[in-house]
Design a protein around this ligand. Structure first.
Ligand code: C2O
Ligand code: CU
Ligand code: CU
Length: 563
């Protein structure tokens, strides 16, 4: 048990509400005890190795005419035996295939929306003109077909695609409207890298879920919208605690954090190294060995892992406290189980030596910047708290106990909620870091939607507005962007551009973040050198935003065009 400080209090949503809410709390010991038990049941325990074989997404390449067909539909998915959850998928029940794009090719897509709601499909990481980018301006109506086409001409890289429907992105991506994508030049074998798809070149998408059974899988409450939706079930390619069988050799893991808000701090349980060879925008100059790898939502890393000793190993995450900081191993003894690797000598061992050199990205040269800009990730904590207090109580001062439930509109609160219990616990100085990430279905407040909650956040001083262009940049130019996150860590992402991380809190970024990227976790201050690579048309401005999808949906997003 730890005493929480102000920053953590804000992080857990206690900033303004607690003073009002606490006097009205009538805590029932039994349910408080229940919450405690729930908390002690760590996600790791909840996800003891299942023995389920790692599902690997199928490979999808363009046909001889350069065409790739994608179909989006609602479905059901079984994350665990004997469960069935409402889901959505692309060419499948949940999530999508691995689309392989040949570099220097022209590619055409058909994206058929077979759902009863509108969506979009954004190619996260592709440097293509904004009217093909699949952002909020590229709406695909129910039953409609979208046919983007573009030239692929960029660094060999591991990317993904996902819904970017304004104010619905968090729900739709969480349902499974997403897939993996990589740009290939066919040269990986020559580079000495594993490239046997699904065998020694594994694509892994990590998503946490709160509900894995039934129809209502995404029902965020106030805290979820403020801090991002986290769930206690950690899934890999749609399975809980799966087992991958790998050859007794060097294996390439392409890691995507496809979660709405959770950061992962990957680690092999036995401490063996991950050799980072690439980040979002392509290869690093040389492999960087790390024992813990923090990855924020939307971010990708490719790592090499050495299984040549034949030993099985668990892949785990250090518990995430939502702050954006990488926990110290000793600070977070509860390791959350993600998956297990077992080694089979029946699989062909292709690559047995770690490469030492990759492709040097041109040195980041801040002198190339033509101007600088500053942006703040603004949760509007005080304003949103006051708004919510008002909504819940029909006034600033009415005590919680006298709340008229009919005034609560869409908020059907069932007192005392676990949210209130948590507030009470924290007032006693008894709240633990893990509490937020370990919340489960019965610990929730009333369900809200980004569109109707009234919550507003911003990235460029004002909440997102589809009709306002926030930045005009020169196509092909570079700018220094100074980003600031105050209360918690936020993953910054920009479309149609790549950047280098110049500094994080005035220090050099860690070596594995020295390559080209499009997403980076900002906790405190960061300086980026942004390279505007694709044309941002006025009809379809490009986005930059926080990749905590609840933040994006509530307005922590802005637009730019290029000239
Ligand atoms: Cu991965 Cu604007 O998104
Ligand atoms: Cu993107
Ligand atoms: Cu954010």
């Amino acid at each position: 048990m730890k005493t929480i400080n102000r920053r953590q209090a804000l992080l857990f949503g206690l900033g303004g509400l607690s003073a009002v809410a606490l006097p009205a709390l009538h805590l029932n010991r039994a349910s408080a005890q229940g919450a405690h038990d729930m908390h002690n049941m760590s996600p790791a325990a909840a996800a003891a190795p299942s023995g389920v074989k790692l599902p690997h997404p199928a490979l999808l390449e363009a046909d001889s005419s350069g065409l790739i067909n994608l179909k989006i539909a609602k479905a059901r998915h079984s994350f665990q035996a004997e469960t069935s959850a409402a889901s959505a998928g692309i060419n499948g029940n949940y999530f999508g295939p691995v689309v392989r794009l040949k570099n220097k090719s022209h590619v055409r897509f058909t994206v058929q929306n077979n759902m009863d709601e509108a969506t979009t499909l954004h190619w996260h990481g592709l440097m293509i003109p904004s009217d093909m980018d699949g952002g909020p301006h590229n709406v695909i109506k129910p039953g409609a077909l979208w046919q983007p086409e573009f030239d692929v001409n960029q660094a060999v890289s591991f990317n993904w695609f996902h819904s970017h429907m304004h104010q619905e992105t968090a729900r739709q991506a969480h349902m499974g409207i997403a897939g993996l994508l990589h740009v290939s030049d066919g040269g990986d074998r020559e580079r000495g890298l594993p490239d046997t798809f699904g065998t020694d070149d594994l694509f892994l998408a990590f998503q946490d879920r709160r509900v894995i059974d039934g129809d209502t899988v995404y029902a965020p409450d106030f805290m979820d919208l403020m801090h991002g939706f986290r769930g206690q079930y950690l899934t890999v390619n749609g399975a809980i605690a799966p087992v991958a069988t790998v050859p007794q050799s060097i294996v390439r893991l392409r890691l995507l954090n496809a979660s709405n808000a959770r950061n992962y701090h990957f680690r092999f349980q036995d401490g063996r190294m991950m050799h980072v060879i690439a980040s979002d925008g392509g290869f690093l100059a040389k492999p960087v060995a790390v024992d813990i790898l923090t990855i924020a939502p939307g971010e990708r890393y490719e790592v090499l892992a050495d299984f040549s000793n034949g030993m099985a190993v668990d892949f785990v995450s250090l518990a995430d406290d939502g702050s954006g900081r990488t926990p110290k191993l000793n600070d977070a003894p509860n390791l959350e189980h993600l998956m297990r690797f077992e080694v089979s000598d029946g699989l062909k061992a292709d690559v047995t030596k770690l490469i030492s050199v990759l492709e040097e990205p041109a040195a980041a040269d801040p002198a190339k910047s033509v101007r600088s800009r500053s942006f703040i990730f603004d949760e509007n904590m005080a304003g949103n708290m006051a708004m919510m207090r008002k909504k819940m109580m029909g006034g600033e001062t009415a005590p919680m106990g006298q709340m008229d439930h009919s005034q609560m509109g869409q908020m059907q609160m069932q007192p005392p909620t676990k949210m209130q219990e948590m507030m009470s616990n924290s007032a006693n100085g008894a709240m633990d870091h893990g509490e937020h990430s370990a919340r489960s279905a019965d610990q929730m407040g009333p369900t809200l939607t980004a569109a109707t909650s009234g919550i507003t956040m911003s990235m460029a001083d004002k909440p997102f507005d589809m009709n306002r262009v926030d930045v005009e940049a020169k196509l092909g130019s570079m700018e220094i962007w100074k980003l600031k996150a105050v209360e918690m860590g936020h993953p910054f992402h920009i479309h149609g551009a790549n950047f280098r991380v110049l500094t994080k809190n005035s220090q050099a970024a860690p070596d594995y973040q020295q390559g080209w990227k499009d997403t980076v976790l900002v906790d405190g201050e960061a300086e980026l050198l942004v390279h505007f690579k694709a044309e941002g048309k006025r009809s379809h401005p490009f986005m930059f935003h926080c990749h905590v999808l609840e933040h994006e949906d509530t307005g922590m997003m802005a637009q730019f065009v290029t000239a």
